[in-house]
Structure formats: structure tokens, C-alpha cells
Design a protein around this ligand. Structure first.
Ligand code: HEC
Ligand code: HEC
Length: 329
């Protein structure tokens, strides 16, 4: 049965049907609308034009080049050139500006923070987290709890030379491994760990078993009331902010083995401009300190009720020269 002979004419419209039928509805064999055809021809012409002007067809040696010579690389280049040109006028004045001038100039400050944020994502987020919130062993840079100081100059030095980073100007200090190196016995470490936890909760008192051990072995770096000391990067132990953890087991481990976190030095890896941008960015995160401020953590101010009893601690000679403090390399 060939369809040709079976052509059926729709009785209402008088138009031939295709022979397709659904539940009594029959499809009329109308010609394709003209507007549709024109669009179809136009797209064909457009495609031919496109093949000629743009790189389009794969060839054995690569692809056709197209008469315009357009490439994504060229596009990228021009866009980057535009960006560089736009940055150039800030970059030039940024280069000569001191931190003081940057902090006072809104445009330079915004330029530094934006550049620092980008550099932070590329270089620092792996350890400090993309929001600089840190993690176990990696300090949170958003708070105002500083190991080595939160002034621009402190942060700059930390970034430039690193911490225990093997650079000869790097920041160094080494808490002794009190257990591993046999400075303290296990029971003593347990006691002083309990004392440190009490310090962080504001519950430490002079009659605790760990008090004397702390005064003799720890105060030289962590301060007589555990308030920390930035000259040696010793954390404040009287706040509830922990770098490694504040549960009994973790504090015990910290004292037994010591930690000695390492922060790479960026002196050779990043340009000085980038370092200064990063410095301003980290400073902007919330914990930045003004340059005029004395480099003393707030917890050392007199008259804090929780620590009052600690101020009468005896000044033992050991408190200025801790056992084992010199064993650090
Ligand atoms: C390999 C991991 C690592 C990378 C990458 C890293 N840091 Fe650190 N950073 C650390 C560690 C660990 C410390 C803490 C060291 C210590 O215990 O004293 C630290 C400390 C710091 C401090 C001192 C904080 C304080 O309280 O004084 C600053 C500021 C800092 N990092 C900023 C940066 C910036 C900015 C970058 C990127 C250029 C960066 N870090 C990249 C691991 C890293
Ligand atoms: C020579 C200086 C020095 C001495 C002495 C010292 N510490 Fe430390 N301590 C540090 C430094 C520096 C850090 C942190 C940096 C690191 O190791 O990553 C630290 C870290 C700690 C931490 C970790 C805090 C946290 O936030 O997780 C605890 C707890 C601690 N010390 C307790 C003690 C106790 C208890 C003693 C005495 C038995 C002691 N330290 C003696 C320098 C010292």
C-alpha cells in the first residue's frame, strides 16, 4: 500500500492529510511556513559567514584560523591589559606609601584589602581557611587573640620571615617537650594541665597543685597569670581560645610533646607589595591593632577579678629562666 495512492483530502479544509491519525484527529500536510524558512536560510548563511571569519573547523594541523584572527588568548590578553592599566595608577602610589599613609587613604586601603584578599586565597587559605578562621594548630586571624602581635608591623614581620621557618630572621621560640624530654613527671604534667584549664576558665587559684609547677616552668613564656607573651609567641592561656585544644587530653599532649607550629616565610615567594597588601588584609579582618598601642594583651590589665589571686605569685628565679627553655633549637 503506497501512500501516494492513498492521499486523503480533509473534507473541512480541503487540504491533503499526512495519513497520521490520533484518536480521530488527522494531521494536515501544510507547507512549512515562509517565516520559518527564511529564518532557516538566514542561519545557514550566518553559519557560513562564521566559518570564514572565526576559527571553526578542525584540521590535521589544528584548526582553521578564520579571517579575523580571533583567539581566546588574544581576548584574555586585552582584558588583562585593561585591568593592569586600571590598577597601574593605584599600584604606583601604593608602592611608595607607608602603612600609615595606606591606612589614611581610603582608595589605597581598599586597593590593599582587595589585593590582599586575592593573595590570601592563593597562598594562605590552605592552612588558615578561606575565611581565615584557622583550625587546629592554625591560628584564627579574625579574632584579636595574637601569638606574635596584631599591629601592622608585627603581621608584616610574621609574613615576611615566617614562624620557625628556617629563615635566619624567622620568628622562633620553642616550648620544651616537658614529658618527652623528662623535665616533668607524668603526675606533674597532669597537675599543671589541670591548672592551665582552670586558668582558661578563670578558676585557677594559688593553692592548686599545678600552681608552683606553672610558676617555675611556664610563667617565663606564658606570663605569671598565663596571659601569654608575644616576644616568644607564647599563647594566652587565660582566655578560652585554644590553638590546639583545651580538653584535658589535648593539653596534656601539648605539654608532654610540645607543638612548635610552622608558618612558612614568604620573603622569597611574594613581592613586597603583595606582602604589604596581605598585611593590611589580615589587619582588616577584625583583630588588627593600632600601631600606638602598647604590645600588651588586654588580660594583663590590673584588677581582673578572676586573676586577682594570681598576682601574689612568688617571683621565683625559675620564673624568669624556665627549665628547658634553652633546649629549643
Ligand atoms: C603551611 C601552613 C601555613 C600557610 C600556608 C600559612 N600559614 Fe600563617 N601560620 C601557620 C601556623 C602553623 C601559624 C602559627 C605558628 C605558631 O604556632 O606560632 C601561623 C601564624 C600566622 C600568623 C600569626 C598569627 C598570630 O596570632 O600572631 C599570621 C598573621 C599568619 N599566619 C598569616 C598568614 C598569611 C597571610 C599567609 C599567606 C601568605 C599564611 N599565614 C600562610 C601556618 C600557615
Ligand atoms: C620557651 C617558652 C615556653 C615555655 C617555657 C612554655 N611554653 Fe607553652 N607554648 C609556647 C609556645 C611558643 C606555644 C605555641 C606555639 C606552638 O608551639 O605552636 C605554646 C603553647 C602552649 C599551649 C597550647 C595552647 C593552645 O592554645 O592550644 C599550652 C597548653 C602550653 N603552651 C602550656 C604550657 C605549660 C603548661 C608550660 C609549662 C609546663 C609551658 N607551656 C611552657 C612557649 C612556651
Amino acid at each position: 500500500m503506497s501512500e501516494k495512492n492513498d492521499k486523503e483530502i480533509d473534507s473541512v479544509s480541503g487540504i491533503e492529510t499526512t495519513g497520521h491519525e490520533w484518536d480521530g484527529l488527522k494531521e494536515l500536510n501544510n507547507p512549512t511556513p515562509r517565516w520559518w524558512l527564511w529564518i532557516f536560510y538566514a542561519t545557514c548563511i550566518w553559519a557560513f559567514g562564521y566559518w570564514v571569519v572565526y576559527p571553526a573547523w578542525p584540521t590535521l594541523s589544528g584548526h582553521t584560523q578564520g579571517s579575523s584572527g580571533w583567539t581566546q588568548f588574544k581576548k584574555l590578553e586585552t582584558e588583562q591589559a585593561e585591568i593592569t592599566a586600571r590598577q597601574a595608577k593605584y599600584a604606583a602610589s601604593f608602592k611608595d606609601a607607608s602603612f600609615d599613609q595606606i591606612m589614611k587613604d581610603e582608595t589605597l586601603y581598599a586597593f590593599a584589602v582587595a589585593g590582599g584578599r586575592a593573595a590570601f586565597k592563593n597562598n594562605c587559605a590552605t592552612c588558615h581557611g578561606s575565611g581565615a578562621t584557622g583550625g587546629r594548630g592554625y591560628p584564627n586571624l579574625n579574632d584579636d587573640d595574637w601569638l606574635w602581635g596584631g599591629r601592622l608591623s608585627d603581621i608584616y614581620t610574621t609574613l615576611k620571615f615566617g614562624i620557625r621557618a628556617g629563615h635566619n630572621e624567622t620568628r622562633v621560640s620553642q616550648m620544651p617537650a616537658f614529658g618527652k624530654d623528662g623535665v616533668l613527671k607524668q603526675g606533674e604534667i597532669k597537675n599543671v594541665a589541670g591548672y592551665v584549664i582552670a586558668l582558661s576558665e578563670g578558676k585557677a587559684s594559688a593553692d592548686m597543685a599545678g600552681n608552683k609547677i606553672f610558676a617555675e616552668n611556664c610563667a617565663a613564656c606564658h606570663g605569671d597569670r598565663g596571659q601569654g607573651m608575644r616576644e616568644v609567641g607564647a599563647p594566652n592561656l587565660s582566655d578560652a581560645i585554644w590553638l590546639y585544644g583545651g580538653d584535658e587530653e589535648t593539653v596534656y599532649q601539648t605539654i608532654y610533646n610540645a607543638r612548635a607550629g610552622v608558618m612558612p616565610n614568604w620573603n622569597d615567594k611574594l613581592s613586597d607589595d603583595t606582602l604589604r597588601m596581605l598585611t593590611v588584609y589580615v589587619h582588616s579582618l577584625g583583630g588588627g591593632e593600632a600601631d600606638e598601642e602598647p604590645q600588651v594583651p588586654p588580660s594583663t590589665t590590673e584588677g581582673e577579678p578572676n586573676n586577682n589571686d594570681m598576682q601574689q605569685l612568688p617571683e621565683t628565679p625559675a620564673a624568669t629562666e624556665p627549665a628547658g627553655a634553652t633546649t629549643g633549637e
